[in-house]
Design a protein around this ligand. Sequence first.
Ligand code: ZN
Length: 258
Amino acid sequence: MPTAVISDVHGNAAALKTVLADIASRGVTRIISLGDIVGYGPDPLECVDLIREKCQWSLMGNHDFGVLYEPTNFNAPAEAAAYWTREQFDAEPDDAKRKSRYDFLDRLRVRVVETPPDGTFPVMAVHGSPRRPINEYIFGDDVVTAPDKVTTILERVQKLCLVGHTHVPGVFTDEPDFYPPPELTGGVYGFVEGEKAIVNVGSVGQPRDLDPRASYVILHPDKAEFIRVAYDIAATAEKIKAIPQLSDWLGDRLYEGR
Ligand code: ZN
């Protein structure tokens, strides 16, 4: 049974529902989430409820942490969105529902290492990076501008690590090198004997690689398959623009994938 790996939903229910339908249409029933369920987007409660229902587990991202505790190192629109998101959690009139959503956020793990049901080796999953699971960004440019950083991070990886956080999908290998999905044949990274890799699955709810379609990965025993799905961007962008606490830019950027 392959595993669908989603990340950075960011309160975008239109994108999440489209991705969940795409996953179901492929007959894939096991889904994991790498965190940042909320933040930026207009549907945080719906997204948390869907992730709880559909995913085997989720990790904690920096935005989930920001809503649960406090936003740290956020820019102004992200911080405002975090406080607005917390207000939505607090405004839930049903005591049990409100508490169970907070409990869910509170129990999100920062790092999981497990062998997938159809896998042959343990796979690490973190939101950011293996050395700073919630907060560190690993950028494609790092393989040129900071190769030691990538090499040092890869030392913590046994064979394969799944990440999100930058909202830019692709594969880091131990050259070090970075391959965006269009540079991979058929958008597939086949695992290579003796090669370590960090696979960034991209973002469901706020892609930043100039492709506005929702991004996710299907993990097979021998390969990672990158998938893009078009969704109703206007549905989410219009909701964002109707909420004063959410910057219009958070809607505009969805159309451009940046
Ligand atoms: Zn994110």
